[in-house]
Ligand binder design. Structure first.
Ligand code: FAD
Length: 385
């Protein structure tokens, strides 16, 4: 695809999703077309489509955003192809998804649909389908893993640590994420980031925060039972990839809030096994001190890792009166909004940056760092939920 087509698609997609109503209309139209033309695909989606509908648009937004950087977006598209094997859908049928998307985009454009737009979208969607199905067909690894819960522990009122024994080891890179289906929420796949590096005996650990009003996370945090089985898709993402930054010798800045610490601690644990690490700063943030539930792990890692500096940050140092559990770290913590604290702490223009946390925290912190002169290409985060 040439750069003119990429920017035509990006501008067009932005106009089709510039309000929640238009975003819903596009995703509703996609699913209506898909289920009308290919009724057999309905079984891959949950009984209730509430909370599901806009996911396709959010996923597409991430890909459209990176179309002019195929080297960065194609690996994710290929991973998605491999990952979709968990549904048991034949890769040759992936085209039915992009066909429905193409028609939905055409309908959403209405009278503004031009031959130029049609050709550009067709090229882009062909590229995506081909990359997805080729990767899925070439993959000889498992299509899915079954994990049995061996431990479920509440570490704050809202966060549970869950450990599972997989039926076979999963070979993922620390920092990647996987899609997970839990019993009681069938076909409501959600992404979770393993909090430990790949384990050759098949142990895996997740940290899950209860999102208020969410379909799946409250159930995981409150109702997970030891002995129940989860299904996991193949690993996705490139957050922990040893890339240009390593080759160029750039130090790392990692910023986490809440369960965003999971992919970061997994990487730190993997890095602690190596001897060639570049200086790494981790800012670990929460609203209150007791939110920093994993600080002891980070501090233990820092004690044996001279390359690692951990800075705890909280928005309020006072523990609120309603909180009855542990009050959190006794160590000194910085007070403030994490993006601001990081920006004021030093100069990060020569660092590779990872940001892991809620969508609003990722947005606000990215904004702060860009304002502080960090080039956007050096700021990495996972796609947003
Ligand atoms: C790459 C990736 C990795 C992830 N890793 C983890 C992880 O390790 N641990 C973990 O707990 N979660 C993780 N998440 C978030 C997780 O996948 C779910 O989105 C989250 O648990 C909410 O699911 P739900 O079904 O409860 O809410 P939904 O029913 O999907 O959503 C309910 C409402 O909450 C909003 N919402 C969804 N997610 C969030 C969020 N994170 N913060 C604030 N509002 C939100 C939605 O926009 C919606 O309005 C990750 C997400 C992504 C994209």
């Amino acid at each position: 695809m040439d750069s003119r087509q990429c920017s035509l698609i990006r501008t067009n997609f932005e106009s089709l999703t510039d309000s929640p109503d238009r975003t819903h209309a596009l995703s509703n139209s996609f699913y209506s077309i898909l289920f009308a033309r290919h009724p057999e695909t309905r079984e891959f989606f949950p009984a209730t489509m509430a909370g599901q509908r806009d996911r396709i648009v959010r996923g597409l937004a991430h890909i459209v955003d990176g179309l002019d950087r195929p080297e960065s977006v194609l690996p994710l598209v290929r991973q998605l192809g491999r990952e979709h094997r968990k549904h048991g859908l034949d890769p040759s049928r992936f085209a039915c998804l992009t066909e429905a998307l193409a028609l939905a985009v055409e309908q959403a454009n209405g009278e503004n649909w031009t031959r130029d737009l049609a050709e550009s979208w067709c090229t882009a969607l062909d590229l995506i389908t081909t990359a997805m199905s080729e990767a899925a067909e070439a993959d000889e690894g498992p299509a899915a893993w079954v994990g049995t819960v061996i431990e479920h522990r509440l570490v704050t009122d809202d966060i549970a640590v869950i450990r599972l024994q997989l039926d076979k080891p999963m070979d993922y890179a620390a920092g990647q994420y996987v899609s997970v289906q839990v019993p009681g929420r069938l076909r409501m796949w959600r992404y979770l980031s393993p909090a430990i590096p790949a384990d050759r005996t098949g142990l895996i650990e997740f940290h899950v925060r209860r999102v208020s009003g969410g379909w799946v996370s409250p159930s995981i945090v409150r109702h997970t039972q030891v002995g129940e089985t989860w299904v996991l898709g193949s690993p996705l993402g490139s957050l922990g990839a040893r890339d240009d930054g390593d080759r160029a010798g750039r130090p790392r800045l990692m910023i986490a809030s809440g369960t965003g610490i999971a992919p970061i601690r997994a990487q730190l644990m993997a890095m602690a096994q190596r001897t060639d690490n570049l200086p790494t700063h981790v800012f670990y943030s929460g609203r209150f001190p007791y939110d920093l539930y994993d600080l002891p792990t980070l501090e233990s890692l820092a004690r044996i890792s001279p390359w690692l500096t951990v800075v705890p940050v909280v928005e309020n140092t006072e523990t609120p009166l309603w909180h009855t559990g542990s009050s959190g770290p006794g160590t000194a913590v910085r007070e403030g909004v994490v993006g601001q604290v990081v920006a004021e702490h030093g100069t990060w223009t020569d660092h590779d940056v990872q940001i892991c946390g809620s969508p609003s925290m990722v947005r606000a912190t990215t904004f702060r760092l860009r304002a502080a002169g960090v080039p956007v290409a050096r700021i990495h985060h996972d796609p947003q939920p």
